[in-house]
Design a protein around this ligand. Structure first.
Ligand SMILES: Cc1cc2nc3c(=O)[nH]c(=O)nc-3n(C[C@H](O)[C@H](O)[C@H](O)COP(=O)(O)OP(=O)(O)OC[C@H]3O[C@@H](n4cnc5c(N)ncnc54)[C@H](O)[C@@H]3O)c2cc1C
Length: 338
């Protein structure tokens, strides 16, 4: 195991922002994880587990501890009745895994989560979601290294406390290292094409959706809507959508009659933060020095090249203040500050 010192973290993130890690190590198997954790324990270091760096904003001052870059690879397969269990190493590239499941194995369940950047191991952390599907819908279990007990443990999906962009791995189990994730995927599943953009895609082409067709549709929709991370620094949606009471929504409608909402349950609705940032605060396409807001999506903050974490944070704070001031709604970041 090669523990390096003073490794610049910006190139390991899609924002391309962040100072150096005091210590940095690549973990390719469980033994690497155990040794890295022992090193951190002996030196009394904080630990940060890094995947593809696509949902984080690392401080310009870097990370004064040990960064473990999870590079555990491998995909195993087990037949389970009319389903297949695919077990993927946490360091597998997420979209490569989705492509494999859909295009090579013909399995249903992950197609709507196509083209999300990052690694398999991070998908349970924020229960990634897109186009009406969430990781929790197919995650059967998550295998972790528990840094407190120093044991390898398996959590079934029901114990992961999955919620909108949330899970146990952001709370009690923060600090656990996810080693492998098992997804239970159907051989003959039902496609989910009700989401507005997906529905429109197939209607416009008068095409019948197929498994690969849905993946292709999602890839095309996302490519047109979101920045290409190989060309522009970003961590995707910077803020979460907001869940509010239906009664609060009715009040907001008096002032903002076009404010959209999606039902959550009997009493609550989810309102799209992007709509507010665009239509109420007018942030879409704004440039502020080296950073700004993406021209096609008001939820997406971008680094034009020389941006700093301070600049991104200051713009994000300003955007949150605008929403608070105009609508009395507190929005919270989806991106994690490190
Ligand atoms: C252009 C773009 C589009 C995006 N679209 C979506 C979207 O549609 N839906 C969505 O939900 N997200 C989206 N994201 C956010 C991001 O891609 C996902 O959250 C992704 O799962 C993060 O993966 P990562 O490997 O890059 O994690 P990182 O950014 O490296 O880490 C994120 C968090 O997970 C933890 N973590 C990572 N790996 C492990 C591990 N093995 N064990 C324990 N903890 C770990 C980290 O410590 C950190 O807390 C988008 C991002 C971008 C840049």
């Amino acid at each position: 195991m090669n523990i390096q010192e003073n490794v610049l973290l910006a190139p390991f993130t899609t924002f391309r922002i962040g100072g150096a890690a005091r210590f940095f190590v690549r973990a390719q198997n469980v033994v690497d994880v155990e040794l890295a954790m022992r090193f951190a324990h002996e030196k009394k270091l904080s630990v940060f587990v890094l995947g593809g760096g696509s949902n984080i904003l690392i401080s310009d001052l870097g990370f004064n501890g040990l960064v473990i870059k999870n590079e555990i690879r491998g995909i195993a397969e087990e037949a389970v009745g009319d389903s297949v269990r695919l077990i993927a190493g946490a360091g597998e590239d997420w979209d490569g895994f989705v492509k494999y499941a859909v295009e090579e194995k013909g399995l249903y369940g992950l197609e709507n989560l196509s083209l999300i950047p990052g690694t398999v191991g991070a998908t349970p952390v924020q229960n990634v979601g897109a186009y009406g599907t969430e990781a929790k819908d197919t995650i059967e279990w998550v295998e972790v290294y528990n840094s407190t007990t120093k044991m390898i443990e398996k959590l079934i999906g029901a114990d992961c406390q999955f919620a909108y962009r949330d899970s146990i791995f952001k709370h009690e189990r923060k600090g656990n290292v996810i080693l492998r994730v098992a997804f239970l995927l159907k051989k003959n599943g039902k496609l989910s094409t009700d989401y507005k953009d997906v529905k429109k895609y197939f209607e416009e082409r008068s095409a019948e959706p197929s498994l690969c067709g849905v993946r292709n549709a999602i890839v095309e929709i996302r490519t047109n809507k979101l920045p290409d991370v190989s060309k522009i620094g970003t961590a995707g949606s910077f803020f979460k959508n907001k869940t509010i009471l239906k009664t609060e929504y009715q009040k907001l409608l008096e002032k903002y009659p076009l404010l959209p909402a999606f039902p959550v349950d009997e009493t609550r609705v989810k309102i799209p933060t992007a709509w507010i940032l665009d239509n109420v605060c007018g942030y879409k396409g704004l440039t502020r020095g080296n950073v700004g807001v993406y021209q096609n999506q008001a939820l997406v903050l971008v680094n034009f090249g020389q941006g700093t974490a301070e600049e991104i944070k200051s713009l994000a704070d300003e955007m949150a203040s605008c929403v608070k001031e105009k609508m009395d709604i507190s929005i919270s970041p989806e991106v994690e500050y490190i």
